[in-house]
Design a protein around this ligand. Structure first.
Ligand SMILES: NC(=O)c1ccc[n+]([C@@H]2O[C@H](COP(=O)([O-])OP(=O)(O)OC[C@H]3O[C@@H](n4cnc5c(N)ncnc54)[C@H](OP(=O)(O)O)[C@@H]3O)[C@@H](O)[C@H]2O)c1
Length: 200
């Protein structure tokens, strides 16, 4: 199916696969509220995948309330802010050549520098909670509700173990409130070309 295919047709085809027992659930990625409603009317959606993290909270305005009203789970992608929230990147020079983040609006120039304030606040909460910044970022997401299942990405087993252990990190209500009040990120979450393809 191409990009112009109505969502009803796409979900209708997937619903046939559910009926045949070939797939168990249907989910969408980066869909607008209208698309979510239209898709869910054809067949109940299990989950929506979209970007959600301490520095990308747009989903809280309209999408998360809609998902909860419809009983759809949320799978936050890039829950570590593409690695920025882990505190491992301290300057644009830390990003390897050829890495797509080199041109992401939040990772360039003055935006990068200003965004270090966000990770410094995350690091401060982590020091209190005896958790790494990555674990704090994940524990904050997990504290938002049992209908939220973040999917951090890593190429290293040690980080899989570290990130999984975030499940056992308990943040106090004061720590969660401080994280809720974090300085907003500077820069759009994707460049213009990518933004035009999402939230449709
Ligand atoms: N649906 C969509 O449109 C969409 C879009 C983007 C991503 N996704 C999915 O979302 C998942 C994760 O997203 P993502 O990889 O973009 O971003 P992410 O999970 O926010 O960050 C991943 C980055 O953080 C680093 N990292 C992971 N754990 C760490 C730790 N404990 N300490 C320090 N650094 C750590 C990784 O480096 P190392 O690999 O070197 O550990 C990697 O550079 C992936 O499964 C991806 O496929 C979906």
């Amino acid at each position: 199916m191409d990009r112009g295919t109505p969502i009803e047709d796409t979900v209708g085809a997937l619903a046939e696969l559910v009926a045949e027992g070939k797939i168990l659930h249907i989910g969408l990625s980066e869909a607008s509220p209208e698309t979510i409603r239209r898709a869910h009317a054809v067949h109940p959606l299990a989950a929506l995948q979209t970007e959600y993290s301490l520095w990308t909270r747009d989903v809280e305005d309209e999408i998360l309330p809609l998902l909860r009203a419809l009983g759809i789970g949320l799978v936050p992608y890039s829950p570590l802010g593409h690695g920025f929230l882990t505190g491992q990147l301290r300057s644009p020079a830390d990003i390897p050549d050829g890495d797509w983040r080199k041109s992401n609006p939040r990772f360039v120039g003055e935006a990068f520098t200003q965004n270090l304030q966000v990770v410094d606040e995350v690091r401060a909460v982590g020091a209190e909670a005896e958790a790494t910044p990555a674990q704090v970022a994940l524990a904050w997401l997990l504290a938002q509700g049992t209908d939220i299942a973040p999917i951090p990405g890593t190429r290293r087993v040690s980080r899989v173990e570290e990130n999984t252990a975030a499940d056992a990190v308990v943040l106090t209500s004061d720590q969660i409130a401080r994280l809720d009040r974090l300085t907003p990120a500077v820069g759009a979450r994707h460049d213009d070309a990518n933004m035009s393809t999402i939230d449709r």
